[in-house]
Design a protein around this ligand. Structure first.
Ligand SMILES: Cc1cc2nc3c(=O)[nH]c(=O)nc-3n(C[C@H](O)[C@H](O)[C@H](O)COP(=O)(O)OP(=O)(O)OC[C@H]3O[C@@H](n4cnc5c(N)ncnc54)[C@H](O)[C@@H]3O)c2cc1C
Length: 419
């Protein structure tokens, strides 16, 4: 079959991979001039099923409310900049109870665990080097009381197959000797032993090259302006400049821009942008221990990992519309983390920065599978975990297109099975 995929982030490109592998004639249309330039370029590089917790939790409304008056929250909303978010916001609030948060977390966890296996398999089968590190991820706590509640919270994912160890400050330093100089600042960590990290741009472009070798076409620098449907099927995608592309199947994986494309064929996707900040610094070389393990500071909610000879750090989740501007003040959490815990890790005067938008659904899991017209498939809304969940999602969508039963249950992932 002829398949058109809209968007060449990590999600679109891995979808192309599975469809090309099963023999389809694949064309990927991407509005930027290269693959993986938006969210897939700015992420923290963590492949972290152990961090599958849904953002819509009982504590989220209080955190969002607090962000209206104070400056130090990682989760923030600006109602003046995100006025179109009313409907999405109400759905998010509806998910903020313990029962739904648990259910949504487990849907994400199952997908993330499957996806990590698929990612490892693609990398091994196709010999893709993406500066991957398979030494776990540290979820670090600085405050004893928060550490206690972190231990309680993490039991949920442990009970569902995540191998995690509870480490005191000595244990943290044993796992990551690089943190020895700041040991006194740490209460401890949950060590997600099987979590990993890597460069999502390198991975995506590696998979793109494999797709091209299998005969897929990448139309870069060409945005889709609308889809046209008739007789219950999408017939064509119109590109900037007026060119039109026909296909048997269309897959939408345009990240935060998916909703406006879906609307042209009458499908409403509850996906909203949550802006985050991303900084990359050259690693400082010295004779001491080298940083290996990616981590999340559970206090500031800053995440980081080593990507080759660079340190990537990310922070914040702000509901402020589609803009991706930033100023020095926006980087304050990253700077604070760097000076608190990683003062000697990198050449902080040589940073490059960006802001990008996570495609968030109100409940947390991405939206996968057919929606609206018969031949229209969605693979979008992966939120804060799209690198982790991309390969599994793409395999599921490819299996659905091929009429095969996905290898894991799709309950909670299809648009039709959502509340
Ligand atoms: C600060 C930050 C930190 C993160 N950290 C992590 C992490 O550590 N681990 C993790 O798993 N995830 C993380 N994520 C999330 C992850 O990066 C995203 O979920 C993932 O990249 C989404 O991939 P995507 O392909 O759906 O979207 P994108 O990468 O945004 O790709 C969508 C593509 O669609 C294209 N497009 C849009 N409109 C059109 C159009 N009209 N026509 C054609 N093409 C179009 C865009 O140009 C873009 O290339 C993080 C995200 C952010 C922002």
């Amino acid at each position: 079959m002829k398949v058109v995929i809209i968007g060449a982030g990590v999600v679109g490109v891995t979808t192309a991979y599975y469809l090309a592998r099963s023999g389809h004639e694949v064309t990927v249309v991407e509005k930027e001039t290269e693959a993986a330039t938006l969210a897939s370029a700015g992420n923290a590089g963590l492949i972290a099923p152990g961090h599958s917790f849904a953002w819509a939790s009982p504590s989220a409304p209080k955190e969002l409310l607090r962000s209206l008056t104070v400056d130090d929250t990682a989760l923030r909303v600006n109602p003046f900049k995100a006025p179109g978010m009313m409907f999405w916001g109400l759905r998010f609030l509806r998910e903020c109870n313990a029962e739904r948060a648990t259910k949504n977390t487990l849907v994400k966890l199952r997908l993330a665990q499957y996806s990590q296996r698929m990612l490892d398999q693609i990398a091994a089968d196709e010999h893709i080097d993406y500066d991957d590190i398979h030494e776990g991820i540290l979820y670090l706590y600085r405050n004893a009381k928060r550490f206690e509640s972190g231990i309680e919270k993490m039991k949920l994912v442990q009970e569902h197959g995540q191998k995690q160890d509870v480490l005191d400050a000595d244990g943290v330093v044993e796992a990551e000797p690089f943190l020895a100089p700041v040991k006194d600042k740490l209460a401890g960590a949950i060590y997600g032993v099987t979590d990993s990290s890597g460069d999502s741009v390198k991975f995506t472009r590696g998979v793109q090259a494999v797709c091209e070798r299998m005969g897929s076409t990448f139309l870069l620098g060409k945005g889709v302006t609308k889809l046209s449907a008739s007789g219950g099927k999408v017939r064509s995608a119109t590109l900037q400049g007026g060119e039109s592309l026909a296909a048997d199947v269309f897959v939408l994986s345009a990240g935060v821009h998916s909703p406006k494309i879906a609307r042209t064929v009458g499908v409403r996707l509850p996906i909203a942008p949550a802006k985050g900040y991303s900084a990359t610094f050259p690693i400082k070389t010295n004779d001491g221990p080298q940083m290996r393990i990616g981590a999340v500071d559970e206090e500031l909610l800053v995440a980081w990992c080593r990507i080759g000879d660079r340190l990537r750090m990310t922070s914040s989740a702000e509901f402020t519309g589609y803009e991706t501007t930033y100023d020095d003040h926006d980087l304050r959490l990253i700077r604070k983390l760097a000076s608190d815990l990683l003062p000697e890790a990198a050449e902080y005067d040589k940073g490059t920065y960006r802001a990008c938008n996570r495609p968030m659904t109100p409940d947390g899991p991405p939206i996968l599978g057919q929606a609206g017209p018969d031949n229209f498939y969605i693979n979008s809304g992966h939120g804060h975990m799209g690198f982790t969940m991309a390969c599994g999602s793409s395999r599921i969508v490819a299996d659905l297109i091929d009429g095969k039963k996905p290898e894991i249950p799709v309950e909670g992932l299809m648009l039709t099975s959502r509340p």
